[in-house]
Design a protein around this ligand. Structure first.
Ligand code: BV8
Ligand code: ZN
Length: 224
């Protein structure tokens, strides 16, 4: 039975009230990513970084899944073959929308990570600049992949792309790697490729098909 691999980005959560990064008023237009989303920025000012993620954690916790998340949850439940959802998003809206197998390649706001021993646990609502690791008292950070760091689960993602029959990218601008390159991996194994986005992305030309519009409208139609 056919394997579907779906990559999602901030655009799929925009209609749930969560900011995207590069659109007008986007996160990176308000916070320099070097300061809040790099290990160097965290070393320089952990208070600033923890504050940045505490605010996003609270917003994500209050957000509700939209029809795009729900449609993908139903697709994963009902499709006779395998539906692999790979998200760049750090919110939990795919799971809230009914998906139970989601690969968070850039981490999750709801998790904390110890920089010393690698222990992971459910993040408290507000992490302090000197948040201790419950296991070794080392310093804790949000369990988020920052720029310059290796994304999570790359082996599982590459294996899924190798057996993809259909690859879809939803709500992503295609400006951040290695995620922006997944369409090439999928095409290399002969998968059909479709981009579903509000507007053409940096890598639209790589896709065989492009569907434009808000995800809450385009995704349920695409799934149906
Ligand atoms: C800026 C970019 C050039 N930099 C990179 O790509 C770097 C590598 C790099 C450095 N210099 C380079 C020079 C050239 C090429 C690459 C590089 N990448 C890395 O550092 C990565 C790590 C990157 C991860 C950083 N962390 C994130 N997030 C977690 C943090 C946090 O969340 O705070 S990245 C973050 O931005 C990325 C982009 O965001 P999008 O989700 O696409 O959102 P964006 O706002 O950009 O776009 C929204 C889209 O939605 C659309 N939209 C809006 N509303 C809707 C709507 N309603 N419906 C539908 N669509 C909609 C819009 O039209 C738009 O197109 C996402 O990945 C997101 O997770 N690590 C790595 O490379 O390690 C080595 C390596 C390499 C290979 C293999 C292994 C290891
Ligand atoms: Zn520890």
């Amino acid at each position: 039975m056919k394997t579907i691999v779906i990559l999602t980005g901030a655009g799929i959560s925009a209609e749930s009230g969560l900011d995207t990064f590069r659109d007008a008023g986007g996160i990176w237009t308000r916070y320099p990513l070097e300061d809040v989303a790099t290990p160097e920025g965290f070393a320089r000012d952990p208070d600033l970084v923890q504050g940045f993620y505490n605010a996003r954690r609270a917003k994500a916790a209050a957000a509700r899944p939209n029809p795009a998340h729900v449609a993908l949850g139903l697709l994963q439940r009902d499709w006779p073959g395998d539906v692999v959802i790979v998200t760049q998003n750090v919110d939990g809206l795919h799971e809230a929308g009914g998906a139970d197998r989601v690969i968070h390649m850039h981490g999750e706001l709801s998790r904390a990570l110890c920089s010393a021993c690698g222990h992971r646990w459910d993040a408290p609502e507000n992490m302090a600049a000197d948040e201790p690791c419950p296991q070794c008292r080392g310093s804790a950070r949000p369990d988020i992949v920052w720029f310059g760091e290796m994304p999570y689960h790359m082996d599982r993602i590459e294996k899924a792309l190798m057996r993809a029959d259909l690859f879809a990218a939803i709500g992503t601008s295609g400006q951040v790697w290695p995620a922006a390159g997944f369409v090439q991996n999928a095409r290399a194994v002969g998968a059909h490729t479709v981009e579903i986005n509000l507007e053409p992305s940096e890598v639209t030309s790589e896709f065989a098909e492009s569907r434009l519009g808000p995800a809450s409208e385009t995704v349920p139609v695409w799934v149906a």
